[in-house]
Write a protein that binds this ligand. Structure first.
Ligand code: PMP
Length: 346
């Protein structure tokens, strides 16, 4: 257990044991108690610290990795940052293939953390040789002694959350959690956490959050991979154009889809109402709560836990930029003045 007055051996000792924080305002018009699992309290500012440390340590235990080896991954940014951080402490080289959809801030951060970065086009199919999956595969074949984390198809991604996030939430809610709401990208977070929670209490309802333009929700409902569902969207880290094996669809009860625009406004609202500066997918997860709340999905005594995966600072050039919001047309429909809170004194 982490303590505020403790001295730590290195930054990796601070991974996990993130706080569960009650949301007092944003969902107060709905029945139920709402709590956010705020993953930006990890030292790498996201939930991905958990899987980076866990998967690398499993590889070390199996004798696959030794210092000086290279770790390769495909990532929208957060996993890359976490792997880079773990690599620094443990003495590995870190090579990352990222989507061109990732923000410039995220790519700069990866470079700052010593990673070598390949930026690949976002809107090509997963089997296109230019896609970040194929680029990573190729690098793995070329670089001797390399390990490919492959978070979308690595069962250890689920295990990491089964062993940490799930037990933490169970303990923090004293077993009183009734609903888990989490975004699904690789699906590792929701699958591992849900598996643990449902083993403790099969009645816990698990709701995944998906994007319009992603195949995940339809696959969950029909077990059909429908290419027609795919089109570009702006939220990074949520939804997919393929079916990851790191998603255990059997432990998820339902998926809710959210729009780029509403998720962006809800992310801003979290900051303004709760004082929590969190990322775009936290806005998406909260937006799902808003939609479910409007439908009367929650009861007075429900304890709903929402995962907030990362920190707002990673989205300064996107969701938290008025210029970007304007360019997307996100201010139009809500008639929200871009510079509402700013007065320029001349
Ligand atoms: N939010 C953000 C910002 C992410 O980077 C990711 C990971 N792609 C997720 C949510 C979803 O987490 P998971 O991959 O465990 O489903």
């Amino acid at each position: 257990m982490k303590h505020k007055n403790q001295v730590f051996d290195n930054v990796l000792d601070l991974i996990g044991q993130t706080p569960l924080i009650k949301l007092n305002k944003i969902a107060s018009k709905f029945k139920g108690n709402f709590y956010a699992k705020v993953e930006s309290f990890n030292p790498g500012h996201s939930s991905k610290d958990r899987i980076a440390l866990y998967i690398i340590e499993q590889a070390e235990k199996k004798g696959i990795l030794s210092p000086g080896d290279t770790i390769i991954e495909t990532t929208s940014g957060n996993t890359g940052f976490s792997i880079a951080m773990v690599s620094i402490i443990k003495g590995y080289d870190c090579v990352l293939a990222v989507s061109s959809k990732s923000s410039a801030d995220k790519i700069d951060m990866l470079k700052t953390m010593g990673a070598k970065v390949y930026v690949c086009p976002a809107h090509v199919s997963a089997d296109d040789p230019r896609s970040y999956y194929q680029v990573a595969k190729c690098l793995h074949e070329e670089i001797k002694g390399s390990v490919y984390i492959n978070q979308y198809f690595n069962e250890l991604n689920i295990d990491a959350h089964y062993k940490s996030t799930g037990p933490e939430i169970w303990k923090q809610t004293e077993g009183k959690i009734t609903h888990l709401v989490a975004c699904s990208g690789t699906g590792g977070t929701i699958s591992g956490t849900a598996k643990y929670l449902k083993e403790q209490n099969p009645e816990v309802k698990v709701i995944g959050v998906d994007a319009f333009g992603s195949v995940i929700k339809k696959y969950h409902e029909t077990r059909e991979f429908d290419e027609k569902e795919i089109y570009p969207y702006r939220i990074e880290g949520l939804g997919k154009n393929l079916i990851p094996t790191a998603t255990n669809f059997d432990v998820i009860d339902e998926f809710v889809k959210v729009t780029d625009e509403e998720s962006a406004h809800t992310a801003r609202l979290i900051a303004k109402s709760e004082g929590l500066f969190v990322g775009y997918t936290s806005g998406a997860a909260m937006q799902a709560i808003m939609q479910l709340g409007e439908q009367g999905a929650f009861k007075e005594d429900d304890n709903i836990v929402i995962i907030f995966p990362d920190h707002g600072s990673r989205y300064m050039s996107k969701v938290y930029s008025d210029k970007w919001m304007n360019e997307q047309g996100f201010f139009d429909s809500k008639n929200e003045a871009a510079a509402q809170n700013i007065q320029y004194i001349k």
